[in-house]
Design a protein around this ligand. Structure first.
Ligand code: ATP
Ligand code: MG
Length: 334
């Protein structure tokens, strides 16, 4: 069963060239009990998608089309005001990118947890603090000390972990983590992802983790979704996608990261640069000018994200077998 159903989501930002989509007609399910990893180069629209799940795209950006149905909540796109504030941080736990800087410098972490509890009308605030302490302890911190600390007394890595404590402490059903471990060293990163997996399993959450690090996510995710130029170009069960990438972009990304460091942006084996809102193709496939498999149709119509093998989807005009067997034709002249 899907806890979250994103359908035909289009999100636009204001640019010098007018309103342009950072996410274009994206559809994605987050299923109960599953962790979905979302990867793609910088600017592909991952954070915009994550913000949309909370209907928190900053103005003048806006959700221009589509729906985001969350079980027990309804269409988040249609929520406003108080309803939205209740859902954010309540049913939908989240850590936004770079949110280690979003704590209040004037209040201790414990006070901020109490504020969070009160704003969500939590009856037992003592239990809330106990749960936060326990989560902090399990993430390798001294929970009591952390709750008594101010933000400036904590390292970037600790602030990042506290962000995850905030996301989990209200018993969210859906967890959205945007680059949750970037400030952490490898060991702490593994420890934090481990506790995320444990809490996810204990509560049968639906979790989305955005990352540049395919290596780290492959340790804990069940599914993998790949974004390029505002589109989800491929998704499916994680191991299956890693072993048999069926979209040329996924294939290049995985090939490149396997050779280098695990960092998506180190994927230099891909010639060219990822597009931004003003340079992304408006007609045809958004990946075609970097695609070694491109055929004539790729310049004419945009491929739809379609089911092709049981539980997998891909948006590509080229036959899966051609991409899988790795024999690209001549690079397209586009
Ligand atoms: P990163 O990996 O660097 O975090 P991302 O995949 O999260 O990248 P987004 O932050 O969602 O990408 O950005 C998608 C596109 O939208 C980019 O081209 C970005 O420049 C553009 N963009 C993001 N925020 C805004 C904004 N507030 N106004 C205008 N354009 C924006
Ligand atoms: Mg981002």
């Amino acid at each position: 069963m899907s806890e979250v159903r994103v359908r035909d989501l289009t999100v636009e930002y204001q640019t010098s060239a007018g309103r342009l989509p950072a996410v274009a007609a994206a559809s994605l399910d987050l299923r109960a009990g599953e962790i979905t990893g979302l990867v793609g180069e910088s600017g592909s629209g991952k954070s915009t998608l994550a913000l949309s799940l909370l209907n928190a795209v900053p103005a003048p950006g806006r959700i221009a089309a589509g729906s985001i149905e969350v079980a027990g909540v309804g269409d988040v796109v249609r929520l406003t005001g108080k309803q939205l504030r209740k859902v954010r941080g309540g049913e939908l736990g989240y850590v936004f990118q770079a949110s280690q800087n979003s704590l209040n410098p004037l209040k201790t972490i414990g006070k901020q947890l109490l504020d969070l509890g009160r704003s969500h009308e939590v009856a037992d605030l003592r239990a809330l603090l106990a749960r936060a302490k326990d989560l902090a302890d399990r993430m390798g911190m001294d929970g009591d000390r952390v709750l008594d600390s101010y933000q400036h007394e904590l390292s970037g890595g600790m602030r990042q972990r506290i962000g995850i404590v905030f996301a989990l402490v209200l018993n969210a059903k859906v967890l959205i983590l945007d680059e949750p471990t970037t400030a952490l060293d490898m060991l702490s990163q593994a420890a934090v992802l481990d506790i995320v997996r444990t809490v996810h399993d204990e509560n049968r959450l639906s979790t989305l983790i955005i990352t540049h690090d395919i290596g780290a996510i492959s340790e804990i995710a069940d599914r993998l979704a790949v974004m390029y130029g505002g589109r989800i170009v491929e998704d499916g069960p994680l191991l299956d996608v890693l072993r048999r990438p069926s979209h040329p972009y996924t294939k290049a990304l995985i090939g490149a990261t396997a050779r280098i460091t695990g960092d998506v942006d180190a994927a230099r084996a891909l010639p060219g640069r990822p597009p931004d809102l003003t340079t992304v193709a408006r007609v045809g496939c958004v990946f075609r000018d970097r695609c070694p498999f491109a055929v004539a149709a790729c310049a004419e119509t945009e491929p739809e994200l379609a089911v092709w093998d049981g539980d997998r989807r891909r948006a590509c005009h080229v036959e899966p077998s051609t991409v899988l067997s790795g024999t690209p034709g001549a690079p397209a002249a586009v």
